[in-house]
Design a protein around this ligand. Sequence first.
Ligand code: ZN
Length: 149
Amino acid sequence: MSRRTSRPRRPDAPPAGPPRITPTAPCPCGLPAAYGECCGRFHAGTAAAPTCEALMRSRYAAFVVQDAGYLLRTWHPSTRPAVVDFDPAMRWTGLEILETTEGSAFHTTGTVTFRAHYTDDGRPDALHEKSRFVREQGAWVYEAGVFVE
Ligand SMILES: [Zn+2]
């Protein structure tokens, strides 16, 4: 048996800032589409989310890429915070849409129930929420969330 030389492990330094998602990378919202053809269009402002579910997905993806401007402009003025803070210890790892009500192109309100997975300092956890959306001047905006669990 030969003695193995142990090499010092490289420390797994967390990347500084948000993960870089290129337009051709898989969209973080979970749909089988490239980011640039999915939520990236909404973030860039070249398209508007047509349904509550699309808005929910794009807002989740905005948390992943840390696009505070998009989160604020898709937040209802009555509930919108002054700033969006991103917790550097938190990494969003996946989104599950569990249920939607209304929220189509023909509605003015809708809800999306979802589970958003993340790690907090490396510990896996999930946020289970029912979000309410309203149409404001033609565009869907996030109004409020109700914690389900
Ligand atoms: Zn997407």
